[in-house]
Design a protein around this ligand. Structure first.
Ligand SMILES: Cc1cc2nc3c(=O)[nH]c(=O)nc-3n(C[C@H](O)[C@H](O)[C@H](O)COP(=O)(O)O)c2cc1C
Length: 186
């Protein structure tokens, strides 16, 4: 797939099944994550890969424990839902902005760089014939999750990239009219 086709036709897939990217494909996806713009060359990115049922179930347990910490009286049904969230794909990559104080590079720019990594990986996966979706939600914010995944005080979870093979149809979503979003300064 050429780059312009990728950029103008990519889409997210929420219905994902086996196989997840592996071997050379996964290596290329990882490399794409590390080729993003990076002010100051700080490399403010860390990634934790949850691959396979056992690891994904463990992430589900972490989500459930976080949910209980937030609300000790949480309903069992909601708790079970939290546990099942990561199992919606054969692979989930927790994408972390590893931020440090810097005289010229505000924390926000480090978070932006890490966000670019998520997009780069999603695009690389798409170009290689895989599907993915960038998700966040409350489980990207909860302290319990951050601590368990080893985040420092200034670090952020910028997203969970769910990866696998598309199980659904490609969405029919035309590119919006560029004129609504771009104007020329006069
Ligand atoms: C920072 C960020 C967080 C997101 N979080 C979620 C999420 O938690 N759940 C979800 O269904 N989509 C989430 N999305 C949206 C999807 O990743 C995706 O962009 C959306 O479904 C539109 O699909 P498309 O990429 O094919 O246009 C998020 C997107 C961004 C940029």
């Amino acid at each position: 797939m050429d780059a312009i086709t990728l950029l103008t036709t990519r889409y997210s897939s929420s219905r994902l099944t086996e196989p997840a990217p592996a071997g050379e494909a996964l290596e290329l996806i990882k490399q794409a994550a590390l080729k993003v713009p990076d002010h100051g060359g700080l490399k403010p990115w860390r990634f934790v890969i949850f691959q396979g049922k056992t690891a994904l179930a463990k992430l589900g347990d972490i989500f459930a424990e976080a949910a209980v910490e937030e609300d000790p009286s949480i309903a069992n049904e909601l708790l079970e839902r939290a546990r099942q969230l990561p199992l919606r794909a054969p692979m989930v990559i927790a994408c972390i902005a590893k931020c440090s104080e810097h005289a010229k590079v505000p924390l926000q720019e480090q978070v932006q760089s890490a966000a670019c990594s998520v997009m780069a990986m999603q695009q690389a996966a798409f170009a290689l014939g895989f599907g993915g979706i960038w998700r966040t939600g409350a489980y990207a914010q909860y302290e319990f999750v951050k601590q368990t995944l080893g985040l420092g005080e200034d670090d952020e979870i910028v997203g969970y990239l769910y990866l696998g093979t598309c199980a659904g149809e490609a969405p029919q979503r035309p590119v919006p009219d560029t004129n609504h979003f771009f104007s020329y300064f006069e």
